[in-house]
Write a protein that binds this ligand. Structure first.
Ligand code: TYD
Length: 136
């Protein structure tokens, strides 16, 4: 039932005035977008995320600069480099994620399937792992 994390190539419109990329719900992501948040002024050594979700789906985009996302489904760890605003990383439910190795001035944009709800978080890795192993 775990949807694997994957890179989504986003449409890009380039002309002499610059570039534009777009994410449409139901097209580039399967979920309805109910919340948008962004990360900025990030110390290059920061570790963001470090949690999982019960239900939330997200698309993470490095809209400026680059950073890495280390994901863990409870069985396997993978690492994605987000280096382009034309790419998004899909992360579904019950995935532990760490956002790390931020370039100076990096900005991360996150599109989320639901409103902020602390009860949807796994804040403890042990709790996440128990759920991930049951969920599999
Ligand atoms: P946190 O979960 O630590 O951010 P990240 O996972 O990106 O490292 O959230 C930081 C603070 O922001 C925390 O006090 C909760 C708050 N917050 C909201 O109020 N709404 C939101 O949509 C998000 C993502 C965080």
């Amino acid at each position: 039932r775990v949807k694997p994390c994957h890179i989504v190539e986003l449409p890009e419109f380039v002309d002499p005035r610059g570039s534009l990329s777009v994410v449409e719900a139901g097209k580039d992501v399967d979920f309805e977008i109910r919340r948008v948040y962004y990360l900025y002024d990030l110390p290059t050594t920061a570790i963001r995320g470090a949690h999982g979700h019960h239900h939330l789906e997200q698309l993470i985009i490095a809209v400026h600069g680059h950073f890495e996302v280390a994901v863990d489904d409870g069985f396997r760890k993978r690492r994605f480099s987000l280096t382009s605003p034309r790419q998004g990383l899909y992360i579904g439910p019950v995935i532990w994620r760490n956002l790390i190795n931020f370039s100076s001035g990096a900005v991360g944009l996150v599109l989320a399937s639901n409103h902020y709800d602390e009860s949807d978080y796994f804040r403890e890795y042990a709790d996440f792992l128990t759920a991930a192993r049951e969920y599999a």
